[in-house]
Design a binder for this molecule. Structure first.
Ligand code: DP6
Length: 351
């Protein structure tokens, strides 16, 4: 199944430094639950962000014993290095030269580390892009589309949601009959001609309700789905949700979009509340913001809505359709007060 990505045995390594940048992404239909080898339990779809990025410089010193050192904004991060070492060993069959030298990886995020914005997605996306740059140098260039597809495949093996960060726009990971060419192994772009204009110019403002360590890591969270009695129903629902999502994206039906996206976010949190052990990842501020958004929508009928990752922060989603100024005024006046230190990361979707 993965033979198409097996690396060429014929390579010549040399010392190189490569740099790449990769954005984060925010899921609309969520990936939560996986099987061995990073296979997703259900398909997911996300918006790729524009400003929230990881910039990575990878120095490869050929001929040295294999080792990895990582630095986050100049500070050595031994734990991250351990993770990367394990990851590189794990992907050797796809990049047979990968253990033939040592690595110094310098990385920085354009968003606050503690914000809960998926730095594993942008981080592994950037690393996979660096690796493909080296691969092209050491084994001979392959075509750009193939290279990007393999980068998405490799990024997935680092962090599932990272495979969606390699492309701009609306991105699907996980096989579904609703999206041609979709795969569990790598992400694909949702076809541009099937997307209504209103979904091509979207804001994502992340309210930093609670900065600091998340109380459940993604790895633990995905693991909890293995014993959750509602897991199978949830995976089925995510698959089913691609049917209305497809219609909504085509027709631009904002009301149905809002309902579906908020339902997905709340389901993800409900799954964690029903896990053993249970986790409640929302904070008081999360609930206050959600209730204020619902009141605002009831009163104004303006398209401000939310999604959540596995944490307390709220991603505020709203289109640039003429209503955005009124929405921004509301956010500043009513929602910012629920953040820690007025923390908000303002991003837009990258198309
Ligand atoms: C809630 O991709 O971080 O953001 O594959 O274990 O690295 P690993 O998990 P990760 O999970 C992200 C889960 C999510 C939903 C999503 O992005 O689809």
């Amino acid at each position: 199944m993965t033979t198409q990505f097996i690396g060429k045995q014929d390579f010549t390594v040399s010392s190189q430094t490569v740099s790449e940048s990769c954005p984060s992404n925010i899921a609309l239909i969520k990936y939560w639950g996986k099987y061995a080898d990073q296979m997703p339990a259900n398909p997911s779809i996300s918006f790729t962000l524009n400003h929230c990025k990881t910039n990575t410089a990878m120095e490869f010193v050929a001929g040295e014993p294999f080792s990895v050192k990582t630095f986050l904004v100049g500070n050595e991060e031994a734990k991250f290095a351990e993770k990367i070492e394990k990851y590189f060993k794990n992907i050797e069959q796809y990049l047979p030269w990968i253990l033939k030298g040592k690595y110094i990886i310098r990385t920085e995020n354009t968003f606050p580390h503690s914000s809960g914005i998926a730095s594993s997605a942008s981080g592994f996306g950037a690393i996979a892009k660096c690796l493909m740059k080296l691969d092209n140098t050491f084994t001979g260039k392959i075509n750009e589309d193939e290279s990007l597809k393999k980068a998405s495949f490799l990024a997935r093996l680092g962090s599932g949601s990272a495979c969606r960060s390699l492309y701009n726009g609306l991105i699907v990971w996980g096989e579904t009959d609703e999206v041609e060419g979709s795969s569990d192994l790598f992400a694909v772009s949702y076809p541009d001609t099937e997307i209504h204009e209103v979904f091509k110019n979207f804001n994502d403002w992340v309210l930093l309700i609670h900065e600091g360590q998340k109380s459940v890591s993604s790895t633990v969270g995905h693991g909890l789905m293995k014993t959750n009695p509602y897991a199978e129903r949830r995976f089925q629902e995510a698959r089913e949700n691609f049917v209305p999502m497809k219609e909504i994206l085509k027709t631009g039906d904002m009301d149905r979009f809002i309902k579906l996206v908020e339902h997905e976010a709340l389901t993800l949190h409900a799954m964690m509340m029903m896990s053993d052990p249970a986790f409640i990842l929302m904070k008081t501020g999360t609930l206050e913001v959600i209730n204020k958004i619902w009141d605002f929508r009831r009163e104004t009928h303006l398209p401000l809505f939310f999604t959540l990752d596995a944490g307390a922060n709220v991603h505020l989603l709203f289109p640039n359709d003429g209503s955005e100024e009124e929405i921004k005024t509301f956010i500043n006046a009513e929602l910012l007060q629920h953040t820690q230190k007025n923390g908000v990361v303002k991003d837009v979707m990258r198309f």
